[in-house]
Design a protein around this ligand. Structure first.
Ligand SMILES: Nc1nc2c(ncn2[C@@H]2O[C@H](COP(=O)(O)OP(=O)(O)O)[C@@H](O)[C@H]2O)c(=O)[nH]1
Ligand SMILES: [Mg+2]
Length: 215
């Protein structure tokens, strides 16, 4: 008799989507995980999370990306949303200045609720609407530098830089994790052995996906 051990990935990384309502978080997620885009906003019907598996430096990484179901509108995101997250994509809308001004508020939220080593990428979404631009790339770049964030402009509509944004986050997380693992190995080979758990893959996945776009 044989049995199959379910090891379809080497790492599972939880990444949260945050940012004001209407900036395009759900569409960034559907673009990345299903290559879909919805023109109408369906902010009340959100997914809990969606996953996509990809290769990072020869390892199979499963990205579990969490989306809000519109709670951000009421500033009511709970700490459970951030629990276990190793990455965050903080999205604003390049055509709405207020959504960029609120980036600081989202960073405070991350500081309060998320792991201090969380990898953060800021994304200025809707780059296809350049004619309506209200936030310059330079302003965003200097904020990103000041706050130590990665930064890209994206378009969920045109599938521009969405893939790259997630790849960058996952790559950065992978590097932090593999450095930690190396440090642990070195420490255990030079001193009394002790176990260290790198907590990246023990999130429960009893919550299911709900479709955002049914078309
Ligand atoms: N032009 C354009 N519209 C977008 C883009 N991403 C999202 N939208 C639109 O912006 C609205 C809000 O998107 P949604 O993903 O629901 O935002 P969320 O509230 O942050 O999840 C919807 O009408 C989308 O069609 C984009 O890259 N370009
Ligand atoms: Mg949404």
């Amino acid at each position: 008799m044989s049995y199959k051990v379910d090891h379809e990935y080497d790492y599972l990384f939880k990444v949260v989507l945050i940012g004001d309502s209407g900036v395009g978080k759900s569409n960034i997620l559907s673009r990345f995980t299903r290559n879909e885009f919805c023109l109408e906003s369906k902010s009340t019907i959100g997914v809990e999370f969606a996953t996509r598996t990809l290769q990072v430096e020869g390892k199979t990484v499963k990205a579990q990306i969490w989306d809000t179901a519109g709670q951000e509108r009421y500033r009511a995101i709970t700490s459970a949303y951030y629990r276990g997250a190793v990455g965050a994509l903080l999205v604003y809308d390049i055509t709405k200045r207020q959504t960029f001004d609120n980036v600081q508020r989202w960073l405070r939220e991350l500081r309060d609720h998320a792991d201090s080593n969380i990898v953060i990428m800021m994304a200025g979404n809707k780059s296809d609407l350049n004619h309506l631009r209200a936030v310059s790339t330079e302003d965003a770049q200097s904020l990103a530098e000041k706050e130590g964030l990665s930064f890209l402009e994206t378009s969920a509509l045109e599938a521009y830089n969405v893939e790259k944004a997630f790849q960058t986050i996952l790559f950065d997380i992978y590097h932090i994790i593999s450095k930690k693992a190396l440090a642990t190995q070195e420490a255990s080979s030079t001193s009394v052995p002790h176990g260290t758990t790198i907590n990246v893959s023990n999130m429960s996945s009893n919550t299911g996906n709900k479709a955002c776009c049914s078309n």
